[in-house]
Ligand binder design. Sequence first.
Ligand SMILES: Nc1ncnc2c1ncn2[C@@H]1O[C@H](COP(=O)(O)OP(=O)(O)OP(=O)(O)O)[C@@H](O)[C@H]1O
Length: 646
Amino acid sequence: MTSGSTAAQPSADEAEGTPPDSGDAAQEEEFQYRDESRLQAGGQMTTTTMARRLPVLVRRSLRMAWQVDRGATAGLLACQIGTGVLAALGLFAVTGTLTALISSGDITDRVREAAPQLAVIAGAAGLRALLGVTVTWLTGRLRPVLARAAEVSMVEAALGAEAAANNKPGYNDQYDIADRGAQVTPDLVEEAQDVLAATATLAAGATVLTVIHPLLLPLLLVACLPQAAAYVRAARVVYLAGLETSGRRRMLHKLRWHMSYMESSEEMRACLAGPFLLDRYRRLAVSVNVSEREAANTGAWMGLAGAAAGGVASAAVWATLLWLLVSGRMDLAAGGGAVFALQTATGSVRGIINGGARLVRTGWYVQDWQNFIDNAHGQAMVTCRGSEVLPAPPERFEVRNVIYRYDGAEKDSLAGVSLKVRRGEIVALVGENGSGKTTLSRLICGLLLPTFGEVAWDHKTTARLEPWEAWKHVAVAPQRFTYLPLTLRDNVTLGQDDTSDAALMAACEASGAADMLPDLRSGLDTLLTSEWFGGHQLSGGQWQRVILTRAFHRRASLLVMDEPTAALDARAEHHVFTGLRDLAKDRAILLITHRLANVAVADRIVVLDQGRLVQEGTYAQLTREPGLFRTLWELEQRTGGAPSPT
Ligand SMILES: Nc1ncnc2c1ncn2[C@@H]1O[C@H](COP(=O)(O)OP(=O)(O)OP(=O)(O)O)[C@@H](O)[C@H]1O
């Protein structure tokens, strides 16, 4: 982005990650992770609990891999077992070779005796290399499939959460952390493979070591414990830093999205929002860098301490081996084999510790992912709602004395509102900005559940209905709609109901979208975005026609239209409103608009003021009687808007 050149550049100190000045601190405070219970739970995880969880994690990773690609998983397991067997064979062959070479007798005879063992060593090494390549191939095949599957589960869980969840404390943080878990799911499998491979090799080394001298293996394992503890602590520090920075990283992600994507590209330039946000981004990035760098430093120190402890412990094991040899408790040939076995076993134990610590850290993330997909941070609709299904499309939608307060809000957005809409009726919701119109429409659609009171469709409350089945009876043309990068046909039908051209064309006629079809290269099958080749970029008003087409195409009992013509030209707006009565024949229509000229079409008008229903009546009644409606209507008339009552 060229405008970035005008942005305040970070100083050298900032670029290196020095904490930003105090002016930014308050700003960053807003994005801090605040789920103390989660942080405490993370902080209390010890090496012992983690050691206990390791087999669970390996099993989980295998189960996940098995679900997405059985062939690759079985192949990987076979490779790991094969690697262990070959490692054992190779080690036994090394011991045999050394015994043969070191024994007394003619050198030619000794070499001849050792030759078959040497062939086994070479064969085992070659086959292990082959298995290594196979493991790389199978892992490469598994990784992307697993990552996509984890992402899909996340999206399913997010879609299965209450729409109100976004306001719940901690929900978005939990989503982010879980999303990170989804991204690292393939790592879990790979790290579990590493641990399995190292365990298989250790099993081989351990067998040989135990045969040579029973003291060596326990000594080696005890010696590695301090290193394991240090690595797990380091992993915990990095994981906790990931939790703590999640809110700030989410903000970075949002800023990146707004600065780079097409939808906001014009404001980024014309309002100089680009340089401003880029500066904000840099400062926030520095603060995240500082936290992550601190964690990396602490982790490195812990790793260093662990490695030093491991080094000392290793030296003790080697000294023991030396003592066994010098004191004559072990002969020279066995000693040679022990050196190889010890080296292999030490490498394997380090592999298990390293891989295990990484596996544990990844396991925490994956656990977060699992928790989220299990119940969406306590917001899963299946646990908040019933599973009843309406026997027939509802005739009547009723709001009974409803209070609604968004989570975290200081006051109610709706305070004791009651309203009825029947099929065949058009009801208009009117009121000033923030009076609660959209909130009321969300409740009547069952997108939100009331804080108090109830919303009933015929005689069933929305809280008892299975939501996805219920929403088959609802069509919404929302105030803030989403531009989906799909064809016109897909944007309208979303794969539902009658996807035939005839049904689509009828809806296009009603919304006015039919007028723009001649300009679309592939008609109904034109991709509605220029972000991909062959796509077509629509104007704001044209998009609104598409959204209306989508709502009209659905044969739903309740049609909610929230500022449905805000972006339409006069001809298109007139076309939509003259067709509304026809649409209302078999639908209940809830119309929200600030253009009071348009509410004349409604059978009833309901006026909201600060979350309360203050007036209800026909257009003729409300324009006559004193009240909020008349005040707004008169203001609109002064600017040349609403017609006189008939
Ligand atoms: N998702 C949300 N989270 C928290 N508060 C919200 C949310 N949506 C709306 N509110 C609050 O609820 C109140 C009613 O908002 P609502 O969108 O229902 O008003 P409206 O009458 O549709 O306004 P407008 O005419 O501007 O569209 C406002 O005070 C608003 O701040």
